[in-house]
Ligand binder design. Structure first.
Ligand code: SF4
Length: 661
């Protein structure tokens, strides 16, 4: 065992029942860290090319981060990875809560599960004893209730549970995996993979300790960060966010989004701060991407329930992920007949079930979010799929006869809830929609594919690529398409990576609106650096929001302190680049041509341009955006695949030899 990492993983085969520990050599951690890096390295090798994502050859990896358990702020993220049934390529998802340290307390950096159990089971690792236990009594139970039942079955304190809901049991391709009573590793459809394995849950408790090389240094870095975090009054308000968003929309002068703004907005409101900011400035897609921003849907009015202040007025408890100094989550008390307490929904959820469906009723969003958390749906994909169905209904492609009597008019949140219920049970129209927009359009036909807003099968998140073309690049070229958590121009402003990588250009604090999001050599360099850096961050198990604090969280310095390595920031960036190239190579190995197979829908590129609203007249030059990004990643501009030269340069000769044989 090295410093920071545990040095071993657990392999479980649910078909044969075999369980074995595997020692991971130290040099592997030096090459790819842990977390998503270790998962990518091993799953590239272990999942065969033709593996059915819902078959026994797919391997589902539950990963902790390299820095989890070292005391590093924001280092409590866990990740799940495998072949995605949504895209047919690399799939991963990332979540906070308390499951990540539980993996390490069991003595592992990751748990790798292959095969299919003949009956429902859950994997249980308590104080060193590994068991595959019967889960027949839990099958069909919602994710939040199942977690409570599993916790109650074990006397050991601090049992942490990753669990799926009934929709994932039915292999809905837009489902994720829950922990901490409804917090989700949502994307890539990996809940369906867990369901396909008849694996209801993974329950963990242990007492293993993480060894840290220089704890004093970690503490000093923490103290310095916390001093900045607590410095100055938090002057942000709903009205202030609304004003900033409006200023960004109407002023010819544009300002960068700073780490200080992220600090104040996230501390006070969490991600719902974007409910007003993004709807004002044009970042929120509206009505299944037929519009953008407030002119199409007046979301930021104070009379509107989606206003973040009105949401946190319901707050009864704030919560933090493991070892987070900020704490962006909270529990709300709400006034709904069958719902008293619920998680504060994220911005992505508010927009996917709000503006995207023209739904202005926050109370309905509490219920829709709670339903997704229990059934197991990814709220982005579920919201986008319902918006797709509403547009099909408006166009007469779906009728009341098709929907089982549901009136899917825009904004009908009761119908949205009823539709979610049908999707979770695969009943009638629910069966057609349960696998997301791409599959639904294939099943429905009649031109409905024009309303399916996805990249490579994954529904697009709630940041409009017409507003921020950096997201157009991310959605269409990242190894997990349709993802907003890797990079966008906005993110590069918040990352302020020049503070860590001294040779990088700074993002301009002020610019003109016209030039702000124009593709330039510098911006492109920042995008590709962010793309690589985020993989190092995911290997470390660090939260995206920590990285968005204006470069104040020096993750390379923390990693050196925790591991005893003495690598430069640039060497860590190369590790991130290696991880990114393995992830994209996984796609290539599995028959995907990223540049073609992950292409964006016309609407997301402004084709045709909107005629009104803040994104009026915007049409992206997607070809040159993609050409420039691929060139700066040293990926093939025609296919999006890593080049042989790049793979060899990163020491990935065996991958180069396989995909270029
Ligand atoms: S900022 Fe929020 S999501 Fe990130 S670690 Fe802290 S509580 Fe979790």
């Amino acid at each position: 065992m090295g410093k920071a990492y545990m040095g071993k993983i657990l392999n479980v085969d649910l078909s044969s029942g075999s369980i074995d520990e595997e020692i991971i050599p130290d040099e592997v951690y030096r090459n790819v860290t842990s977390g998503i890096g270790l998962a990518a390295l091993l799953l590239y090798q272990r999942i065969p090319r033709d593996a059915d994502p819902l078959g026994p050859d797919n391997v589902l990896a539950f990963m902790s981060g390299l820095l989890t358990g070292t005391g590093t702020w924001f280092s409590g993220r866990w990740m799940v990875a495998g072949k995605s049934p949504l895209t047919g390529g690399w799939g991963d998802a990332n979540c906070g809560g308390t499951f990540s340290p539980a993996i390490k307390r069991c003595g592992y950096d990751g748990i790798f599960i292959r095969g299919i159990s003949p009956k429902p089971v859950y994997l249980c690792i308590i104080d060193g004893k590994v068991e595959i236990k019967d889960a027949s009594h839990l099958w069909g139970t919602d994710a939040i209730e199942a977690e409570k039942l599993i916790t109650a079955e074990h006397a050991a304190p601090r049992v942490r549970v990753a669990v799926i809901g009934p929709a994932a049991e039915k292999k809905s391709l837009i489902t994720g995996i829950s922990n901490d009573h409804g917090r989700y590793a949502a994307r890539s459809g990996l809940g369906a993979v867990m369901g396909s394995k008849n694996l209801k849950a993974v329950a963990l408790a242990g007492k293993a300790k993480v060894v840290v090389d220089n704890l004093d240094k970690v503490k000093a870095l923490n103290a310095s960060f916390k001093k900045w975090l607590k410095k100055g009054p938090n002057i942000i308000s709903s009205g202030g966010l609304s004003f900033i968003g409006r200023f960004m929309r109407v002023s010819p002068i544009a300002m960068a989004q700073s780490g200080d703004l992220v600090k104040m907005a996230m501390s006070r409101f969490g991600t719902i701060s974007s409910n007003v900011l993004s709807s004002e400035n044009g970042d929120s897609p509206i009505k299944n991407w037929r519009g953008a921003g407030f002119r199409d849907f007046p979301i930021s009015s104070h009379a509107n329930n989606l206003n973040p202040q009105r949401i946190i007025d319901h707050e009864i408890k704030k919560y933090h992920c493991y070892n987070c100094p900020l704490g962006c989550g909270s529990i709300l008390r709400v006034d709904e007949a069958n719902l008293k307490e619920t998680h504060k929904p994220e911005y992505e959820t508010c927009c996917a079930f709000g503006a995207l469906q023209l739904n202005n009723d926050m109370n309905s969003i509490y219920r829709l979010n709670e339903f997704c958390n229990r059934a197991g749906f990814d709220t982005i994909s579920a919201g986008a799929t319902i918006a797709f169905a509403m547009e099909c209904y408006e166009q007469g492609i779906l009728t009341k006869e098709d929907t089982g009597g549901l009136d899917l008019s825009w904004g009908n949140s009761e119908a949205a809830l009823a539709l979610l219920d049908k999707m979770s049970r695969r009943e009638g129209i629910g069966d057609i929609l349960a696998d997301g927009t791409r599959k639904a359009a294939e099943r429905i036909g009649k031109g409905s594919e024009h309303f399916a807003i996805h990249a490579g099968g994954q529904e697009l998140p709630m940041h409009d690529s017409r507003y921020d073309p950096g997201f157009a690049v991310s959605y269409s070229l990242e190894p997990t398409p349709g993802r907003h958590t890797n990079h966008g121009y906005q993110w590069t402003e918040m990352f302020a990576l020049h503070r860590i990588f001294k040779k990088l250009p700074k993002t301009a604090g002020l610019s003109t609106v016209k030039s702000k999001y124009k593709n330039t050599k510098d911006k492109n360099m920042l995008l590709s650096t962010a793309s690589k850096y985020m993989q190092f961050i995911n290997g470390a198990g660090v939260c995206l929001f920590g990285v968005q604090m204006g470069g104040k969280l020096d993750v390379p310095a923390y990693t050196n302190a925790a591991t005893g390595w003495s690598l430069s920031p640039e060497e860590y960036l190369k590790i991130g680049e290696r991880i990114q190239n393995i992830r994209q190579s996984f796609n290539v190995k599995h028959g995907i041509v990223p540049r073609h197979d992950f292409s964006l829908p016309d609407r997301a590129c402004g084709n045709p341009p909107l005629e009104a609203g803040p994104m009026r007249g915007i049409k992206l030059d997607i070809k040159s955006l993609q050409d420039d990004f691929l060139s700066s990643m040293d990926w093939d501009v025609n296919t999006g695949a890593p080049t042989k030269v790049k793979l060899n340069d990163l020491g990935l000769d065996y991958i180069a030899n396989e995909i270029y044989k």
